[in-house]
Design a protein around this ligand. Structure first.
Ligand code: AMP
Length: 171
Protein backbone atom coordinates (compact mmCIF):
# COMPACT_ATOMS: atom_id res chain seq x y z
CA UNK A 1 0.00 0.00 0.00
CA UNK A 2 2.89 2.35 0.77
CA UNK A 3 4.22 1.85 -2.75
CA UNK A 4 0.80 2.78 -4.13
CA UNK A 5 0.61 5.88 -1.94
CA UNK A 6 4.09 6.96 -3.03
CA UNK A 7 3.36 6.63 -6.72
CA UNK A 8 0.52 9.16 -6.47
CA UNK A 9 2.27 12.47 -7.07
CA UNK A 10 1.56 15.70 -5.16
CA UNK A 11 1.38 18.86 -7.26
CA UNK A 12 1.33 22.00 -5.13
CA UNK A 13 -0.93 24.92 -5.99
CA UNK A 14 -2.95 23.17 -8.72
CA UNK A 15 -5.50 24.09 -9.99
CA UNK A 16 -5.14 27.08 -7.69
CA UNK A 17 -2.95 28.37 -4.87
CA UNK A 18 -3.24 26.40 -1.64
CA UNK A 19 -4.56 23.15 -3.20
CA UNK A 20 -2.31 20.08 -3.14
CA UNK A 21 -3.43 18.13 -6.19
CA UNK A 22 -3.14 14.34 -5.96
CA UNK A 23 -2.02 13.38 -9.44
CA UNK A 24 -2.89 9.75 -10.19
CA UNK A 25 -1.53 9.80 -13.76
CA UNK A 26 1.75 8.44 -12.36
CA UNK A 27 -0.10 5.47 -10.85
CA UNK A 28 -2.10 4.85 -14.03
CA UNK A 29 1.07 4.86 -16.13
CA UNK A 30 2.73 2.18 -13.98
CA UNK A 31 1.46 -1.23 -15.11
CA UNK A 32 2.04 -3.01 -11.77
CA UNK A 33 0.36 -0.30 -9.70
CA UNK A 34 -2.64 0.11 -12.00
CA UNK A 35 -3.19 -3.64 -12.13
CA UNK A 36 -2.86 -3.89 -8.36
CA UNK A 37 -5.44 -1.21 -7.55
CA UNK A 38 -7.95 -2.68 -9.98
CA UNK A 39 -7.34 -6.21 -8.66
CA UNK A 40 -7.73 -5.08 -5.04
CA UNK A 41 -10.93 -3.14 -5.73
CA UNK A 42 -12.25 -5.84 -8.05
CA UNK A 43 -11.81 -8.59 -5.46
CA UNK A 44 -13.93 -6.66 -3.01
CA UNK A 45 -16.90 -6.79 -5.38
CA UNK A 46 -16.46 -10.12 -7.19
CA UNK A 47 -19.18 -11.83 -5.16
CA UNK A 48 -21.43 -8.77 -4.80
CA UNK A 49 -23.52 -9.49 -7.92
CA UNK A 50 -22.78 -6.07 -9.43
CA UNK A 51 -24.86 -5.45 -12.58
CA UNK A 52 -23.22 -2.21 -13.74
CA UNK A 53 -20.27 0.00 -12.85
CA UNK A 54 -20.79 3.79 -13.03
CA UNK A 55 -17.71 5.91 -13.81
CA UNK A 56 -17.60 9.67 -13.15
CA UNK A 57 -16.03 11.96 -15.79
CA UNK A 58 -13.16 11.94 -16.33
CA UNK A 59 -10.74 9.87 -14.22
CA UNK A 60 -13.61 7.72 -12.97
CA UNK A 61 -13.99 6.47 -16.56
CA UNK A 62 -10.62 4.76 -16.19
CA UNK A 63 -11.32 3.03 -12.89
CA UNK A 64 -14.87 2.38 -14.11
CA UNK A 65 -13.91 0.68 -17.36
CA UNK A 66 -11.19 -1.43 -15.76
CA UNK A 67 -13.44 -2.51 -12.88
CA UNK A 68 -16.31 -3.33 -15.22
CA UNK A 69 -13.99 -5.55 -17.24
CA UNK A 70 -12.80 -7.25 -14.06
CA UNK A 71 -16.36 -7.76 -12.77
CA UNK A 72 -17.72 -8.80 -16.14
CA UNK A 73 -20.27 -5.98 -16.22
CA UNK A 74 -21.06 -3.03 -18.45
CA UNK A 75 -19.97 0.50 -17.63
CA UNK A 76 -22.21 3.60 -17.47
CA UNK A 77 -20.89 7.14 -17.89
CA UNK A 78 -21.80 10.07 -15.64
CA UNK A 79 -20.83 13.14 -17.66
CA UNK A 80 -20.65 16.90 -17.55
CA UNK A 81 -23.57 18.79 -19.14
CA UNK A 82 -24.26 18.53 -22.85
CA UNK A 83 -22.02 15.52 -23.55
CA UNK A 84 -24.52 12.67 -23.50
CA UNK A 85 -26.67 12.51 -26.65
CA UNK A 86 -29.76 10.71 -25.30
CA UNK A 87 -32.39 11.78 -22.74
CA UNK A 88 -30.72 12.41 -19.40
CA UNK A 89 -31.40 12.82 -15.73
CA UNK A 90 -29.53 15.81 -14.29
CA UNK A 91 -28.27 16.70 -10.83
CA UNK A 92 -27.00 20.19 -9.98
CA UNK A 93 -24.80 20.69 -6.93
CA UNK A 94 -23.00 23.53 -5.20
CA UNK A 95 -19.27 24.10 -5.55
CA UNK A 96 -17.08 26.52 -3.64
CA UNK A 97 -17.95 29.12 -6.30
CA UNK A 98 -21.22 28.54 -8.18
CA UNK A 99 -22.78 25.25 -9.22
CA UNK A 100 -22.11 22.31 -11.49
CA UNK A 101 -24.30 19.69 -13.12
CA UNK A 102 -23.82 16.01 -13.91
CA UNK A 103 -25.91 13.85 -16.21
CA UNK A 104 -26.64 10.19 -16.92
CA UNK A 105 -28.72 8.61 -19.67
CA UNK A 106 -32.23 7.89 -18.37
CA UNK A 107 -32.25 4.40 -19.89
CA UNK A 108 -28.71 3.42 -18.85
CA UNK A 109 -29.82 1.79 -15.59
CA UNK A 110 -32.97 -0.24 -14.87
CA UNK A 111 -34.69 0.01 -11.49
CA UNK A 112 -33.24 -2.54 -9.06
CA UNK A 113 -29.95 -3.08 -10.89
CA UNK A 114 -27.02 -3.38 -8.49
CA UNK A 115 -24.65 -0.47 -9.07
CA UNK A 116 -21.03 0.15 -8.14
CA UNK A 117 -20.04 3.82 -8.51
CA UNK A 118 -16.36 4.71 -8.89
CA UNK A 119 -14.04 7.71 -9.08
CA UNK A 120 -10.35 8.30 -8.45
CA UNK A 121 -10.34 10.56 -5.36
CA UNK A 122 -12.85 11.34 -2.62
CA UNK A 123 -12.15 14.93 -1.58
CA UNK A 124 -14.97 17.02 -0.04
CA UNK A 125 -17.62 14.51 -1.12
CA UNK A 126 -19.76 17.01 -3.07
CA UNK A 127 -19.38 15.22 -6.39
CA UNK A 128 -20.14 11.73 -5.14
CA UNK A 129 -23.18 12.98 -3.24
CA UNK A 130 -24.54 14.46 -6.48
CA UNK A 131 -23.82 11.24 -8.37
CA UNK A 132 -25.59 9.16 -5.72
CA UNK A 133 -28.66 11.44 -6.07
CA UNK A 134 -28.44 11.09 -9.85
CA UNK A 135 -28.26 7.30 -9.80
CA UNK A 136 -31.15 7.17 -7.33
CA UNK A 137 -33.27 8.92 -10.00
CA UNK A 138 -32.74 5.89 -12.26
CA UNK A 139 -33.95 3.50 -9.53
CA UNK A 140 -30.55 1.77 -9.42
CA UNK A 141 -29.59 0.08 -6.15
CA UNK A 142 -26.21 1.51 -5.04
CA UNK A 143 -24.03 -1.23 -3.56
CA UNK A 144 -21.02 0.99 -2.82
CA UNK A 145 -18.94 3.95 -4.03
CA UNK A 146 -15.32 2.90 -4.60
CA UNK A 147 -12.32 5.23 -4.77
CA UNK A 148 -8.61 4.69 -5.28
CA UNK A 149 -7.94 7.17 -2.49
CA UNK A 150 -9.57 9.49 0.00
CA UNK A 151 -8.28 12.81 1.31
CA UNK A 152 -9.14 11.98 4.91
CA UNK A 153 -8.45 15.48 6.28
CA UNK A 154 -11.27 16.92 4.16
CA UNK A 155 -13.77 14.70 6.02
CA UNK A 156 -15.87 14.02 2.92
CA UNK A 157 -17.32 10.92 4.56
CA UNK A 158 -19.06 13.03 7.19
CA UNK A 159 -21.27 14.51 4.45
CA UNK A 160 -22.15 11.07 3.19
CA UNK A 161 -24.02 9.43 6.03
CA UNK A 162 -26.05 6.48 4.79
CA UNK A 163 -23.95 6.16 1.62
CA UNK A 164 -21.58 3.18 1.56
CA UNK A 165 -18.06 4.39 0.75
CA UNK A 166 -14.84 2.43 0.28
CA UNK A 167 -11.41 3.79 -0.55
CA UNK A 168 -8.30 1.74 -1.02
CA UNK A 169 -5.85 4.36 0.24
CA UNK A 170 -6.05 7.20 2.74
CA UNK A 171 -3.89 10.17 1.73
P1 AMP B 1 -15.02 16.38 -4.29
O1 AMP B 1 -16.36 16.69 -4.89
O2 AMP B 1 -14.48 17.53 -3.50
O3 AMP B 1 -15.05 15.08 -3.49
O4 AMP B 1 -13.97 16.20 -5.44
C1 AMP B 1 -14.42 15.73 -6.63
C2 AMP B 1 -13.46 15.52 -7.74
O5 AMP B 1 -12.41 16.45 -7.77
C3 AMP B 1 -12.91 14.15 -7.68
O6 AMP B 1 -13.31 13.54 -8.90
C4 AMP B 1 -11.43 14.31 -7.63
O7 AMP B 1 -10.88 13.63 -8.71
C5 AMP B 1 -11.17 15.79 -7.81
N1 AMP B 1 -10.35 16.34 -6.74
C6 AMP B 1 -10.76 17.14 -5.75
N2 AMP B 1 -9.74 17.51 -4.96
C7 AMP B 1 -8.64 16.92 -5.47
C8 AMP B 1 -7.25 16.90 -5.12
N3 AMP B 1 -6.77 17.57 -4.05
N4 AMP B 1 -6.43 16.16 -5.87
C9 AMP B 1 -6.88 15.48 -6.93
N5 AMP B 1 -8.17 15.47 -7.33
C10 AMP B 1 -9.04 16.17 -6.60
Amino acid sequence: MDKLKKIIRDIDDFPKTGIVFKDITTLLADATSFQRVIDLLGHRYLDQRIDLVVGIEARGFLTGAALAYKLNTGVVLVRKPGKLPGKTFKETYTLEYGTDTLEVHQDAIKPGQRILITDDILATGGTIKAVVNLIRKTGGDIVECAFLAELAHLKGREKLTGIPIFSLLSL
